[in-house]
Design a protein around this ligand. Structure first.
Ligand SMILES: C[S@@+](CC[C@H](N)C(=O)[O-])C[C@H]1O[C@@H](n2cnc3c(N)ncnc32)[C@H](O)[C@@H]1O
Length: 307
């Protein structure tokens, strides 16, 4: 229901002046719509705000916003050091410079639960586009490496009901997600604990690696992709899903901002499609192709050809 600025400021116990300024800013950002009736301005949420900024919406980005404001943006005060040293600063922000990104993510119950919600929320918006960009129906036995709670695996199973997906992730992630009832429940999705660098990667027809490469250093990307190539069945494939950088001439603020934030918080970075395809080819994958979904994440497929 539309509310006047007086009404909103009273309900939220704010000054009228402060609320008027905030309402103007929110309207200019198209988060609110206003309407003047008999000299009074009434505000209501825009469709976009209802869709992405309400906790009841299936496409809510509230966990994402909380995560960025509490975890990622605070690291930005260390930007100067990130640039000088070329190293992540997340450990420093969270009290121990030796902590890496995932040590921080799983360091407390609140942090872990928020992180799991953030990871899952993206796939409510672009998961279907990502899994259907290529026809992946011929791949029946699929591993989602670093697959988190199984949110993308769920989208995969919905698109390809004849397949099954094993979500492979760190034990601490799977334990936390199980404790807080965050693991996806589906008869075609199972979970396997393991460390991609220390434990074997089981053989499969296809591997999904969504937002896994971009947190890793160049050396680790190569090591991991070679390990995946070795494990992959001939005729199989890897599908890497990332927020790709576009040409330098393109003004793609999302990917470039993400690029900087990755450097601030992880050992990784975002890559152009060319850089990613070179990594896949270096590991042995062939016939590398990318599909643009028009949303933030795009899939790139690389195949292990039958000899
Ligand atoms: C950035 S998240 C992406 C999660 C998921 N693929 C998605 O896109 O929603 C990276 C995931 O990789 C997992 N991970 C990190 N290092 C790992 C390792 N060494 N072995 C297995 N999983 C790992 C994390 O626990 C996390 O779930």
């Amino acid at each position: 229901m539309p509310l006047s600025e007086n009404n909103i400021s009273q309900r939220l116990s704010t000054s009228l002046r402060g609320m008027q300024i905030l309402l103007n800013v929110c309207e200019s950002m198209r988060l609110l719509m206003s309407e003047k009736k008999e000299g009074t301005v009434y505000y209501q949420m825009s469709q976009m705000a209802r869709r992405y900024l309400t906790s009841s919406s299936k496409e809510s980005l509230l966990p994402w916003i909380k995560f960025y404001s509490e975890t990622v943006y605070p690291c930005a005060q260390h930007s100067v050091h990130a640039v000088r040293e070329g190293k992540q600063q997340i450990g420093k922000q969270f009290g121990d410079k030796n902590m890496n990104y995932f040590d921080v993510m799983y360091s407390s119950r609140e942090q872990a639960v928020l992180y799991l919600d953030v990871m899952s929320s993206a796939w409510n918006i672009c998961g279907e586009d990502v899994v259907t960009a290529f026809d992946l129906s011929s791949f029946k036995n699929v591993y989602d490496l670093g697959g988190n709670t199984g949110a993308l695996a769920k989208k995969f199973i919905s698109a390809y009901p004849q397949s099954s997906v094993t979500v492979y992730d760190l034990p601490q992630m799977i334990h936390t997600a199980r404790t807080y009832d965050k693991l996806i429940k589906d008869s075609q999705i199972s979970f396997q604990e393991g460390d991609l660098f220390k434990d074997p990667i089981p053989t499969a027809d296809m591997y999904i690696m969504a937002r896994v490469i971009h947190v890793l250093s160049e050396d680790k990307c190569i090591e991991l992709l070679r390990k995946v190539y070795t494990a992959c069945k001939p005729g199989g494939a890897v599908v890497v899903v990332e927020c790709f950088l576009k040409d330098a001439t393109d003004e793609v603020i999302t990917a470039n901002t993400q690029h900087f934030l990755m450097a601030l918080a992880t050992e990784g970075k975002e890559r152009t499609p060319k850089e990613m395809s070179l990594l896949l080819e270096n590991a042995g994958f062939q016939d590398v192709q990318i599909k643009e979904t028009g949303k933030i994440y795009d899939p790139m497929i690389g195949r292990k050809v039958l000899k």
